[in-house]
Write a protein that binds this ligand. Structure first.
Ligand code: PLP
Length: 389
């Protein structure tokens, strides 16, 4: 059976060039970059070059501001717990209601530890409530950390991160952004957008799973999160994952090139074709999220009166991979916290599906989905107890 992979916000195919770039670091150059001997030492230079490459990808001033780690969850945890630990006293974390659990989970724990956590809401289109944010900055005079995502993983909605960072900095806060879903989809520039900390994950941008990066602007007060050896300038213990670091750097190089070779325009056109086609052929469907302000690869669409999960199962039988906004928790289908925070009507909340494209997505794949998805939706509607038959 064919596979039409439209779940790229969950994970992406490692680019063949990335796999090729990594190969020598499994087969020949498998030493430890911290070793005194030449065999290990010879991989220290490629790691340093990879650090330069990744720094260039986000326009960081110095390569030392790049910390390689295991995943975005680790980067987010490091940013949140590391900054709070450096305060040495209770402070305030200002975040949004639609963050990934990699941010919301640590926030819960920080609240238990005595810190104040303020969650900023969004409107019906998933847009950040700037007024509530400004009020939260003004109402909390002590040490502050802002942690707000650049792009939402479920809807693709882009937050005005430059304005959020500037306002946070002006109020004396340390500012972190989870840029996992923005990386490779919009240019990231930490000179233009004054965040102190920024998280990315390799596997969302055609590098493998198990490699991430936390940008730490020079001068940011932050404690280590993974404590151990002297690696990463004492900020993250653990022997460097050399092949994966090389893979991440290659993925950054390819992602940067994709901004100018027409890949983005093509992805946007295919996403828009999918969106227009589904809206036209599936009655009672609606797009979730600000259509004017989204990353180019994401479509979150609700088919009213049916369960997203059952649509997904049927799509999966046809080889179409997408995901839903619901998480199956304790035997009940809990609608996504993101879709709920947007106040999407009850009839549509459960029927939300996320299609996320990549630069490898083809027109033929989109046509295949357009040929089959409307039938699946119609079949589900025919047996839905919420539809008057
Ligand atoms: N942050 C966002 C916005 C994400 O979409 C994800 C993964 O979906 C993560 C963090 C966590 O990434 P990982 O599972 O690679 O740690």
């Amino acid at each position: 059976m064919r596979t039409v992979y439209l779940d790229n916000n969950a994970t992406t195919r490692p680019a063949p060039e990335v796999v090729e770039a990594m190969r020598p670091y499994f087969e020949e150059l498998w030493g430890n970059p911290s070793s005194m001997h030449t065999f290990g030492g010879q991989v220290a230079k490629p790691v340093a070059e990879a650090r330069e490459q990744v720094a260039g990808f986000i326009n960081a001033e110095r390569a030392e501001e790049i910390l390689f780690n295991g995943c975005a969850t680790e980067g987010d945890n490091h940013a949140l717990f590391g900054v709070a630990a450096a305060w040495g006293k209770p402070g305030t974390i200002i975040t949004s209601r639609v963050e990934h659990p990699a941010v919301l989970g640590p926030c819960l724990r920080l609240r238990e530890m005595g810190h104040t956590v303020v969650e900023i809401g969004v409107d019906g289109e998933g847009r950040f409530d700037m007024e509530a944010y400004e009020a939260a900055l003004a109402a909390n005079p002590g040490p502050k950390l802002v942690s707000v995502m650049w792009a939402n993983n479920e809807t693709g909605v882009l937050f005005p991160i430059k304005e959020i960072a500037e306002k946070g900095k002006a109020a004396g806060a340390t500012v972190h952004t989870d840029a996992v879903q923005a990386a490779g989809k919009v240019p990231l520039d930490v000179r233009e957008v004054p965040v102190d900390l920024l998280t990315i994950a390799g596997h969302k941008m055609h590098a493998p799973k198990g490699i991430g990066m936390l940008y730490i602007r020079r001068g940011t007060r932050i404690k280590p999160f993974v404590i151990g050896g002297h690696q990463e300038r004492g900020r993250r213990g653990g022997t460097e994952n050399v092949p994966y670091i090389i893979g991440l750097a290659k993925a950054c190089e390819l992602s940067a090139a994709a901004f100018t070779d027409g890949s983005h325009e093509r992805m946007a056109r295919l996403r828009d074709k999918l969106e227009a086609g589904l809206l036209a052929t599936c009655p009672d469907s609606r797009v979730n999220g600000d259509r004017a302000n989204r990353v180019v690869n994401t479509l979150n669409i609700s088919f009213e009166f049916i369960e997203g999960e059952s649509v997904l199962y049927h799509l999966s039988d046809l080889g179409i991979c997408a995901s839903s906004g619901s998480a199956c928790a304790a035997g009940s289908l809990e609608p996504s916290h993101v879709i709920r925070a947007m106040g999407v009507p009850f009839t549509a909340v459960h029927g939300s599906i996320r299609f996320s494209l990549s630069r490898y997505t083809t027109e033929e794949e989109i046509d295949y989905v357009l040929a089959h998805c409307p039938e699946v939706v119609a079949e589900m509607r025919a047996i839905s107890p919420f539809v008057k038959h």
